[in-house]
Structure formats: C-alpha cells, structure tokens
Design a protein around this ligand. Structure first.
Ligand SMILES: Cc1cc2nc3c(=O)[nH]c(=O)nc-3n(C[C@H](O)[C@H](O)[C@H](O)COP(=O)(O)OP(=O)(O)OC[C@H]3O[C@@H](n4cnc5c(N)ncnc54)[C@H](O)[C@@H]3O)c2cc1C
Ligand code: SF4
Length: 480
C-alpha cells in the first residue's frame, strides 16, 4: 500500500498549502509523473504472458528479447532490462517512440490475438532506456584496441550511425560524412518533433562523437569528394544515404507558389524547432498557420504533414488520397490520431490540377474507384468519369513518397550497380555493392522503409565490414 502512487499523490496534495516554493512543487510533480510511468511500465510488462512463442520478437526486425526485458521490468529490475534491450539495439528509446508497433511487435502479441489488447511493448521499451539515460546507466562508446584501419560512412541516418557505433567499438577509426549541418538523417529533419523529440536524437549523436566517431557535416559526397577519392582514403566504405527524390505529381499548375514538397515542409518545421533561422517559414511559404491546407498522399509522411499543419494552427487540414482507408500504406494508428486532431480525409480522390496564378487557391480533383488488382495484388485506382470536384487551398503539400537519387551519377561512380528502382544493388550475403569494399544498407538499399530496418542493416553491415577488414589486414600482412 505504501507504494501506491495515488496515496503518495494524496500526501503531496495535502502538503501543498505549506509548500509555496514553485521549484519544490515542480519536483513533487516530476516525482509523481515518474512513479506513474514506472507503475504503468511494470503493469504493462506484467501483462506479458511469457507465452513461449515470442511472435513479438520474431516480428521485431531486431529480434529484441522482448519477453525477457518485460519480465525484468515487471520485477522492477530496470537496469537489467535496459542492458538486455540495449544488447540488440543501438537506439531502443527511438524505436520505442516511432516504430509502427501495430505492424511489428505489438501486432503479433498473443494477447492481442486473444482480443485483450497487446502489451504496449514500444512504450515500455522507451521507458526503460529513457530511465537508463536519466540514471546514468547508458555507457559511453568505448573504442576497442586500435586496428589501424579507417572506415568511411556516407550518411548519418540510423543506418550510418548504427554502423559507425558498432565499428568504432570494434576498434576502427570511423569518419561519418553527411550533407546536412546536423547528423541524424530523417530522425533529425524528417520525423516531426511531436513524435520524436530532437534532444533524444542529439544525445545519441553526442555519445558517438564523445566515443571518437568523427563527423564531417555539410559534406556532400559527389560535391566535396568523389567516390574514388573516398575509397582511396578509407579501408572500407558504408553507404547509408537514404532516399530523397520526391515522387512527382504531373498536373497543370503543380509549379504554382504554395504547392510544396513534404520534406521541405517538414524540414522547415524541424529547423524552427531547433531555433534555426528559416526564411521560407518566416515568410509563410512553409508555414501552415491560418491556412487552408491540402496534403496529397496516404503514407506516414502524409500523416506527419497533416499533424504538423494542425500544430502550426492551420485553419483546416484535408488529406487527399487516391485509394480508400483499407488500402492506404500509412499506419491506421496514425490516421486515427490525425482524425482525432481534426484532419478530414478525402478518400478515393486524386488531384487533376492546381488553381491560382500568384499563389495556389485550390485543388481540382476527381473521384477514383478501385479496379482489378495489379501485379502487386493491390486494387489499382482509376478515375470515375464525371466526378470532378474542387477543394479550396492556399497551401498544398505533396507527400507521395520518395525514390532513390541517381547515386552512380552523383558520386561519379558509373560502376556502382543499381536496381531498376535506382536503389543500390548489394550481395545479400555480404551487403557489399558492386564496388570492392563498398557496402550499403538502410533506405538506399530497401527503398523508403523504417528506422528499425535501417538499424538492423547498420548492425548487420558492421559485422560484414568487420569480416572484410580483418581479411584485408591479414592479406596485407602476408604481402608485406
Ligand atoms: C517524414 C518521414 C517520417 C517518417 N516516420 C517514420 C516513423 O515514424 N517510423 C519509422 O520507423 N520510420 C519513419 N520514416 C522512415 C525512416 O525515417 C527511414 O526509413 C530511415 O530514416 C532510413 O534511415 P537511413 O539511415 O537509411 O537514411 P536517412 O535517415 O535518410 O539518412 C540518410 C543520410 O544520408 C545523408 N546523405 C544523403 N546523400 C548524401 C550525400 N551525397 N553525401 C553525404 N550525405 C548524404 C542525408 O543527409 C541523411 O542524413 C519516416 C520517413 C519520413 C520521410
Ligand atoms: S524495435 Fe520496434 S518492433 Fe522491435 S520491439 Fe522495439 S518497438 Fe517493437
């Protein structure tokens, strides 16, 4: 009974009249919040049935030891839970926040199958590692004995950061090259701060920097160095550059002012969150405040755009998507969140043209119907003749997804092999590209995917690169 946080709350509430000091009151509230969070984590963890068929782990791309760290949490052994969770993931508190758990671990929890609602695995995972950071349990990155070999990582997203950490721990000198001014890739500039607070990302990067990983920001491979130059400077290279070419809409008026790309819009918002000067936000071009907003697309990026527009104080936010709710690629959880926040979904609709001369004033659209399944098995949308309609808009955000940039051309490396989608071709046994000693992973290999898969690739590629580098060192010793 003494541990019941509600009783503690009553005690504290009674003490308030005597406690006028605001700092002391804030401290009390923090303590209560912490106790509730702990209680919630323990309660959720205790719901795990330890079923013996851990579908949750199987469907987690990192195969996290979920039932084991849930058991430790339920027993109040948080530090051990953290250590176990940290053993398979370089960013558990980030995955806990932003994995689409309904499609991965939680969607495969046997308690969910029995109709009682999955254990909230993601929030427990976040709680464990956030607590570890608070309590100082997160160990620094400590480099292994120096091997005298240098690794170059192109791209400081989750794939590159994971590879950098694990190779540094193996004793390699690691240099990370990124074209942005801050590391983190889409963790930093893509995913909005209301889903992933930026200090959570920055402390991970700082930990790597303190562990001796060298970051070269504002360094664009292709502009500041060619692939050949980088290969000459390093013993091996990892490419984790993600996918950044926005899919285009071909419709009259698409170039009108006020029709913007999703990533420009989200990056501006994230930069403002960092306190940067963003002229295109300040002059209103990339700010939804007071505007009638239409977002085009049905994936998670579109959901991030609509929810960002709501937070910026848009007058109204609509989402136009050419398929229906059941056939959209975005997470149903995100759609539900957006609806709760007042976003209106206009299903089975596609843009035909954008009105406006000085700036966009509206979207002309047509209703769609779902035809027969295409090669992928999804029913292809087709226009429903005579069903045209118009939506007012003074900000239109295009969020149709991303394709790979032309890396062979950008990097000046014509013999870097790509697939027909422009993603990098790798040998799946070694994750090596067509260039000897050049490896790749994350979105640039998978196409637009998930953070947890980028981490998985970073983890796997670090092992492959380590094997390659050991063999290279051995053959150089033999030749000497
Ligand atoms: C808006 C948005 C929201 C998302 N939300 C989620 C989510 O909630 N949950 C989830 O799991 N996934 C989400 N994703 C997907 C997820 O962010 C990506 O799958 C993941 O970040 C891929 O990691 P990566 O390391 O491969 O690439 P990225 O994170 O894209 O990082 C690539 C890095 O390479 C750098 N780079 C590119 N070209 C060069 C060059 N020529 N020279 C130097 N550096 C270069 C870039 O600057 C960037 O920093 C979202 C994606 C978007 C766009
Ligand atoms: S990494 Fe993602 S899928 Fe795996 S346990 Fe954590 S939240 Fe679930």
């Amino acid at each position: 009974m003494a541990d019941n946080p509600m009783l503690k709350f009553v005690d504290l509430a009674q003490a308030y009249p005597a406690k006028r000091d605001a700092e002391a009151r804030a401290e009390d509230f923090r303590e209560i919040a912490d106790r509730y969070a702990l209680q919630a984590a323990e309660d959720q963890s205790a719901r795990c049935s330890q079923c013996g068929v851990p579908y949750c782990s199987v469907h987690c791309p990192l195969h996290n030891h979920i039932p084991d760290w849930l058991r430790l949490t339920a027993e109040g052994r948080l530090r051990e839970a953290y250590e176990l969770s940290n053993a398979t993931s370089t960013m558990p508190e980030i995955c806990g926040r932003i994995c689409p758990q309904d499609r991965l671990c939680e969607g495969n929890c046997v308690i969910e199958f029995s109709g009682h609602g999955a254990v909230t695995i993601g929030s427990v995972e976040k709680f464990i590692t956030d607590t570890a950071w608070e309590k100082g349990w997160v160990e620094p990155v400590v480099a292994g004995p120096a091997r005298g070999q240098l690794v170059g990582v192109i791209g400081a997203g989750p794939a590159g950061l994971t590879a950098a950490e694990l190779l540094r721990v193996r004793g390699y000198e690691v240099h990370v090259y990124d074209r942005y001014d801050r590391a983190g890739g889409l963790l930093t500039y893509g995913i909005p701060g209301f889903k992933l607070e930026k200090p959570v990302v920055m402390r991970r990067i700082e930990r790597l920097r303190e562990g001796g990983v060298v970051f070269h920001q504002d360094f664009e491979v292709g502009r500041d160095a060619s692939m050949d130059e980088l290969r000459r400077r390093h013993d091996a290279i990892f490419i984790g550059t993600g996918v950044y070419k926005p899919r285009a809409i071909k419709a009259p008026g698409v170039g009108t002012r006020g029709v913007v790309d999703a990533l420009d819009y989200l990056t501006a918002s994230n930069r403002k969150g960092f306190g940067d000067a963003v002229p295109a936000f300040d002059d209103g071009s990339l700010n939804a405040e007071g505007k009638t907003v239409v977002v085009i697309g049905g994936g998670d990026t579109a959901m991030d755009c609509v929810r960002t527009a709501v937070r910026q104080g848009a007058a109204s936010v609509r989402c136009l998507y050419r398929r229906d709710r059941a056939n959209m690629p975005g997470s149903q959880r995100e759609v539900a969140n957006a609806e709760e926040e007042g976003v209106e979904f206009v299903w089975l609709s596609a843009p035909e043209a954008f009105d406006g001369t000085e700036g966009v004033t509206g979207v002309r659209a047509t209703r769609m119907r779902l035809g027969s399944p295409d090669a992928s098995g999804r029913r292809a949308p087709e226009p429903d003749p005579g069903s045209e309609f118009r939506l007012d808009a003074d900000l239109v955000v295009k969020a149709l997804g991303f394709d790979a940039e032309d890396l062979p051309k950008l990097f000046g490396a014509a013999d870097l092999g790509v697939t027909r989608w422009g993603t990098l071709r790798v040998d799946h046994k070694t994750m090596m590209t067509s260039l000897d000693g050049v490896f790749a992973g994350g979105d640039i290999v998978r196409g637009a995917s998930l953070v947890v898969w980028a981490i998985r690739d970073g983890r796997d590629v670090a092992e492959h690169m380590h094997r390659y580098l050991k063999a290279k060192a051995a053959s150089e010793r033999l030749a000497a």
